[in-house]
Design a protein. Structure first.
Length: 18
């Protein structure tokens, strides 16, 4: 399961964000 960093509070976008 890939957790979106945006939901976690990170400012680093994941491949899912792109």
């Amino acid at each position: 399961m890939k957790i979106n960093p945006t939901t976690s509070g990170s400012t680093v976008p994941t491949l899912e964000e792109k």
